[in-house]
Design a protein around this ligand. Structure first.
Ligand SMILES: O=P(O)(O)OP(=O)(O)OP(=O)(O)OC[C@H]1O[C@@H](n2cnc3c(O)ncnc32)[C@H](O)[C@@H]1O
Ligand SMILES: [Mg+2]
Length: 208
């Protein structure tokens, strides 16, 4: 059968029309909608469609992005784009990583989550504060086809948290080459250098 077996799979183009943003995180949905602007897509969020939040049982960012995108595509019958992302701190062996949202607890309290990172780093006062954000994007179609892209941005962590423009861990993340945190940066400037912007540029080059 053609297209199966060991043949490389062609990248599938995304046609103009409806696209579900398979995320329940308002900050991410806002950034994703801005990154997709002007591409002829009618963007609907998982929240607008009342889609349930799937349990993130994967062990990698890509696995979790794929399971969220597939769940939304299956339930909506539309192509769906999911983002699984997180902050990886070198001195903490890559934590919180795929558990970044879960460190915010049931109330999704990122002051608490940033405090947890600070407390754990306090035990290693001489360790470098290097960290990076990762963003895996998965684009899934209702017939099961899926495409993946992964982006990254490197930086260092600073305390106290600075700025109120971003979301999640943005106030403690100082990207390399900048003297303001993601929390102090306007959204278009953040999108230009962020893990999410990086993954999006790869996706745009491939599927449009
Ligand atoms: O799964 P969905 O519904 O998309 O929403 P979520 O918030 O649970 O998203 P993730 O599972 O991907 O967890 C990612 C967490 O990592 C953090 N994060 C990801 N991208 C970030 C960014 O650009 N700035 C700050 N924090 C970010 C933020 O705390 C997120 O809650
Ligand atoms: Mg999540």
């Amino acid at each position: 059968m053609s297209g199966e077996g060991n043949e490389p799979q062609a990248i599938r183009k995304l046609q103009p029309g409806k696209l579900v943003i398979a995320s329940h995180n308002a900050g991410k949905v806002r950034e994703i909608a801005a990154l997709l602007e002007g591409r002829g897509l009618d963007v609907i969020s998982a929240g607008d469609l009342d889609l349930p939040e799937p349990e993130e049982t994967g062990t990698t960012f890509v696995m979790n992005a794929e399971l969220k995108a597939r769940a939304a595509a299956d339930l909506s019958g539309l192509p769906a784009l999911a983002d699984d992302s997180g902050l990886c701190v070198d001195a903490l062996g890559g934590d919180p990583g795929i558990f970044s949202a879960r460190w915010g607890g049931e109330n999704k309290d990122f002051n608490h989550a940033m405090g947890l990172v600070e407390d754990k780093l306090a035990a290693q006062p001489d360790a470098p504060r290097d960290a990076h954000f990762v963003c895996a994007l998965a684009l899934a179609w209702p017939d099961g086809h899926v495409e993946w892209f992964e982006g990254r941005v490197d930086g260092t962590l600073v305390w106290p948290p600075r700025g109120t423009k971003g979301h999640g861990y943005d106030p403690v993340f100082l990207p390399i080459g900048y003297d303001i945190t993601f929390g102090e940066m306007d959204e278009p400037a953040k999108n230009e250098i962020s893990h999410r912007g990086d993954a999006f540029r790869q996706m745009v080059a491939a599927v449009f």
